[in-house]
Design a binder for this molecule. Structure first.
Ligand code: CMC
Length: 431
């Protein structure tokens, strides 16, 4: 990391201190405030981390103003159009695209670990049939920590690779079983000669009594959706995984914590919320009413699938997702009125001063719900699919975080606003 010749100087209570300024390979310069407290007694306050870089990372680069997203330097649209999810996983984890031999070895390794331990499968029967699949995912994935702890050594690269492969391999199987459990359908075990995305679709939709025919267009769409969601630098769920793992915790449990954070409607839950919103709007003539609601500060309604903490331009993933939505709907011969609502809602919002001034554009979740619904998934599964895709991002950040030389436990500070010291009063004396 380069240190800029420019220094950041502050004067506090008559004392001037100089703080170093770093330059990444791309993106804004960063002030190093690590010495600030020691030298001035000051903390910084940045709720939501709007101006805070929590770590150094080589994995993903976003320029929100320009609408750029790159994995290890490769633009997202190039990967989504020309690559596949398995090579994207390898790229995120290892830093380079794989050779054919590396790719084959990696894919076989993942395939070999995609089955679940029989004892783990017993966990499903403890859940209510109407449990949200994200709740099941949190529980069952977290339970992996009780299966793979005896041979776990997070300081050993071989053990880390083993955990990596297991987490990637088992996540789609766990997710597909969560889906089938909600329907009361027999679980379908993974199949060795199918792609990651193809296998997942088969585990969700196959009828074990009938031959299963893979649909190439839907498999490609699923694979692309996985690529688009694979990583997004220090978002809430990834930061959760990094923070949880900074204490040296079990990686399966840390990833389960990431699933929890992803579930919220402001993050991965937005795809489910966006589709529910489109259903509620229902028809194009009702759009103006909902636009007014989204602008009204007294109303908690927001346009789901719109706006982003980092993108102040069109989310580059949303462009690819919109194309994928059209492809899937055309292939399935579906004329979904919700697609018309979405296109018109986008058009109206992008011409409205409120959204223009705040730089609110459609994000990846605006069109993903329509696509996944056309593929046959209920909306409760949308965030689950986001979790499958993001597992590789979480795991890549876990690996990077715990091997970082200046890694230490994440421990933010606070502005204390509670009572000052006071004496305990016995209960009998309290009014
Ligand atoms: N609808 C209406 N107004 C909005 C919206 C929206 N979707 N998003 C932001 N605003 C307004 C917000 O009220 C604020 O207005 P003002 O300046 O007058 O107070 C202004 O825009 C800035 O918003 P913010 O809340 O400061 O932005 P943020 O960076 O804290 O929030 C966000 C980002 C994604 C949580 C938010 O845009 C949002 O809630 N969007 C809807 C949920 C959604 O689609 N989330 C998926 C994100 S992409 C998938 C992922 O990576 O997880």
């Amino acid at each position: 990391m380069k240190t800029s010749e420019d220094k950041f100087k502050i004067t506090y209570k008559g004392k001037e201190i100089e703080l170093p300024v770093y330059q990444g390979t791309q993106g804004p310069d960063v002030v190093d405030i690590a010495r600030l407290y020691k030298e001035t007694g000051l903390f910084t306050y940045d709720p939501g981390y709007r101006s805070t870089a929590s770590c150094k990372s080589d994995i993903t680069y976003i320029d929100g103003n320009a609408g750029i997203l790159q994995y290890r330097g490769y633009p997202i649209d190039q990967l989504a159009k020309n690559g596949n999810f398995m090579e994207t996983c390898y790229l995120l984890l290892q830093g380079e695209l794989p050779t054919k031999a590396q790719y084959d070895e990696f894919e076989i390794d993942i395939m070999k670990h995609s089955m679940l331990h029989e004892q783990l499968i017993k966990f499903y029967s403890g859940f209510r049939r109407d449990a949200h699949p994200m709740a099941i995912l949190v529980g069952v994935f977290g339970a992996l920590s009780s299966f793979y702890h005896t041979d776990l050594d997070i300081d050993d690269p071989i053990s880390r690779n083993q955990s990596t492969v297991r987490m990637l391999a088992k996540m789609p199987t766990i997710a597909a079983m969560a889906y089938r459990y909600s329907l009361g359908r027999t679980f379908v075990t993974p199949k060795g000669d199918m792609s990651y995305a193809g296998n997942f679709l088969r585990m969700c939709f196959a009828n074990p009594m009938m031959p299963y025919e893979q649909d190439e267009v839907l498999t490609r769409a699923m694979d692309r959706i996985f690529i688009l969601h694979a990583d997004h630098e220090q978002n809430a769920s990834t930061s959760t995984v990094r923070l949880a793992s900074s204490s040296g915790a079990n990686p399966y449990a840390c990833v389960a914590a990431g699933v929890v954070s992803l579930w919220g409607p402001a993050h991965g839950g937005a795809n489910e919320a966006a589709l529910n919103m489109l259903k509620e709007i229902g028809t194009v003539d009702r759009i103006p009413h909902y636009i007014e609601r989204a602008k009204n500060k007294e109303d908690s309604f927001r346009l789901m699938g719109f706006g982003h903490r980092v993108y102040k331009n069109y989310d580059p993933r949303a462009k690819v997702m919109q194309e994928t939505a059209h492809e899937v709907l055309k292939h399935k011969g579906i004329d979904d009125p919700l697609l018309d609502v979405a296109i018109e809602l986008e058009r109206v919002a992008l011409e409205d001063d409120y959204f223009v001034q705040r730089k609110l554009y459609p994000n990846v979740d605006f069109y993903s719900g329509i696509t996944l619904r056309a593929m046959g998934f209920p909306s409760s599964m949308f965030t689950v699919m986001f979790a499958i895709a993001r597992t590789v991002g979480w795991v890549s950040h876990w690996r990077e975080g715990i091997t970082e030389p200046d890694q230490s436990i994440g421990r933010p500070r606070q502005i204390y606003m509670g009572p000052t010291e006071r004496d305990y009063t016995p209960m009998s004396e309290r009014g």
